[in-house]
Write a protein that binds this ligand. Structure first.
Ligand SMILES: NC(=O)c1ccc[n+]([C@@H]2O[C@H](COP(=O)([O-])OP(=O)(O)OC[C@H]3O[C@@H](n4cnc5c(N)ncnc54)[C@H](O)[C@@H]3O)[C@@H](O)[C@H]2O)c1
Length: 385
């Protein structure tokens, strides 16, 4: 199975392409094409020192054009990975399905419930996999919490607080070109991870959102909602607060700050789950600065790292890799089956709920849709559609 990656930006460099290179090295996938409308993003991927060191001799086929024509050329039954700006996901995923492709799309899949439902219907009719890359689900701590919560060990979720603030330097990236007030905001961009995790762990559904945002400027003068505070009410009345920004100091340790704390109760005693998702128990102070890292840092060994396991180059490890590997394995499992069998298998994955799909995670689009309306009205509570 050959793979076509749409978008050659930051997430492609940091996680998707190295994960696909590793699967190519293992013989699970064939060629990899990367499609981008920016020559500089293709050059950056081709020359990235980390990729060259980890995967000597491996390369991708560059396609400097918009994705539409590339999709039309593909033979059916391959895999398309969508890593385009948020607002282009819907059109790209639908075009991939129409071209007979299985799809792995970065989060958020789309920005409205209607768009999710359309994709769900089109994918089901065509018997094509659409997986959404919520990689925090493949962090073992999330799977442990889900298992223990669903076994009733914490009682019921009542109050929670979560945050994910990316570093200030993100403002200097290509985000300046698409992270506009009308298109997205800090919550839509990364807050959705924690909404998804609470649903993934507890099985509860979000029902109401209020999102307050603060506008700020990118270096090119473009304005964006770069600081947000969200309050999400759940189907049992529980309340989750999520803070997001592109504003964590560059000199601070770790590549961002993030984590989640859930307070629960069975009516007789309190339960508690606490994820520190940024500080993973490793801290070091270097004598030489490297790739923009401050001398003191707290690198996460768990999301995505390259390690030397004695073979050629380096191997990617972590839940970022496992998440891509899992979706690729599902695409390989389904690709040669007849239509009815594909539909049956897709239904079992929807029901299992481990892989995020349009059918089992439409609540993410509902939250984003309500959040965008709330944001435009100064943070008033809006019911999820
Ligand atoms: N934690 C996460 O899960 C995570 C992290 C980062 C980004 N993302 C998501 O990944 C997506 C991309 O983010 P990024 O940080 O890589 O953005 P980016 O701005 O760095 O890259 C976007 C890429 O898309 C390409 N592109 C734009 N329009 C195109 C078109 N019509 N045809 C082909 N290529 C086109 C650009 O050339 C660029 O290479 C976003 O949806 C973002 O929310 C997810």
């Amino acid at each position: 199975m050959n793979v076509t990656l749409l978008g050659g930006g930051m997430i492609t460099l940091d996680q998707l392409l190295p994960s696909l290179y590793q699967l190519q090295r293992l013989g699970r996938i064939g060629t990899i094409q990367v499609c981008s409308i920016r020559q500089d993003s293709l050059d950056r991927l081709a020359e990235a020192p980390a990729l060259r060191r980890a995967f000597p001799g491996q390369s991708f086929i560059p396609r400097l054009e918009s994705y539409e024509g590339v999709l039309k050329e593909l033979p059916p039954g391959e895999l398309v990975v969508v890593a385009l700006p948020d607002q282009l996901h819907c059109g790209a995923v639908r075009a991939a399905i129409a071209a007979g492709q299985h799809v792995l799309c970065v989060k958020p899949l789309v920005l409205t419930v209607e768009e999710t439902r359309v994709i769900e219907r089109e994918a089901r009719d065509a018997g094509m996999l659409v997986a959404i890359e919520y990689h925090k689900r493949f962090d073992d701590r999330s799977l442990m919490a889900r298992e223990a919560y669903r076994a009733g060990r914490f009682g019921e979720f009542k109050l929670g607080t979560a945050s994910l603030l990316e570093k200030w330097y993100y403002r200097h990236s290509n985000f300046q070109n698409w992270f506009t007030l009308d298109a997205t905001d800090a919550f839509t961009y990364v807050g959705c991870h924690y909404v998804d995790l609470v649903a993934f762990i507890t099985g509860l559904t979000p029902v109401e959102v209020s999102l307050y945002g603060i506008k700020d400027r990118f270096p090119n003068g473009v304005e964006g909602w770069l600081w947000t505070d969200a309050r999400i009410i759940w189907s049992n009345g529980a309340c989750l607060n999520v803070q997001n920004a592109l504003g964590f100091p560059d000199a601070a340790p770790g590549s961002n700050t993030q984590g989640m704390r859930l307070y629960c109760s069975d009516g007789e005693r309190g339960g508690w789950i606490d994820h520190s998702d940024q500080y993973r128990g490793l801290a070091w102070c270097a004598v030489k600065a490297s790739e923009g890292q401050p001398l003191y840092s707290e690198p996460s060994p768990d999301y995505f790292q390259y390690v030397d396991r004695g073979g050629v180059g380096m191997e990617p490890v972590g839940y970022g890799y496992r998440s891509v590997e899992y979706a690729v394995a599902r695409a390989l499992e389904i690709k040669d089956l007849p239509l009815e069998k594909r539909r049956e298998l897709l239904k079992t994955w929807d029901e299992a709920g481990i892989l995020a799909t349009p059918a089992n995670s439409a609540y993410n689009a509902a939250v984003i849709e309500a959040a965008r309306q709330s944001l435009a009205r100064g943070g008033v509570p809006v019911r999820c559609p």
